[in-house]
Design a protein around this ligand. Sequence first.
Ligand code: MLT
Length: 266
Amino acid sequence: MRHLTIRGRDLAVLDQGRRVPLLLVHGFPLDHSLWAPQIAAFAADRAVIAPDLAGFGDSDPRGYESLDEQAEDLTALLDALGLGRVVVAGLSMGGYIALALWRRRPERFAGLVLACTRAGADNEAGRAGRYQMALAIEAQGMAAAAGAMLPRLLAEGAPEGLRREVEAMVLRQPASGSVAAQKAMAARPDASPDLAGIAVPTLVIAGEADAIIPADEARAMAAAIPGAQLAILPGAGHLACLEAPAAFNAVLGGFLDQVDAGGPLG
Ligand code: MLT
């Protein structure tokens, strides 16, 4: 129940329909199940939209060689669902896509959550590594992605059961989508110049033990976004939403409450 002051008196009101919808954008090479703990925590009292991006999960396996195309899919998805402004939460590649969406459609944002992600583009070595991984996935399938990424996706002390769950998630992705996504990530522009212009409430979340995107990058990104909040989750690795779900949900839930309280929705 929310409490509103109505004509000078406190009125308790169930106001589910006015909670800002939450769009969850998963990372690579994963699908919407990355967000299982957040769907469980937040879908009871707000619209939670968690697509399998094109090229992942049960969606069209072809994918895109451009993250702008993924961002356009998300816009069309919001249109198809009749949603105006939403909180967009992206983890890692999902964060790159959230920043691409911000560049193209800022009017669709009620808030932004950037989790375990970065604003910068790849350097030459990073791009070369992506093309190598794309070739390896073409030749060997998703086992190549699992072999390269699994050791760094989770923090060292992550439970074995979670490790197996993430491995299964990686292995069930269509190879074609992951090949396209590697090329798309290699081609993404540097979003750093956009950060100063982000004019919606923003939360940056990082895993303290992230071996793929160090927490220092989150600190710098949060410092560059006006008014951004920052949460570094102790002990969590790159998949902080799965590794530290209680802590992740506590900061995300607090942020969503603030956005809900912030004013009328578009
Ligand atoms: C991800 O988790 O989405 C990837 O690690 C992102 C990347 O490869 O840059």
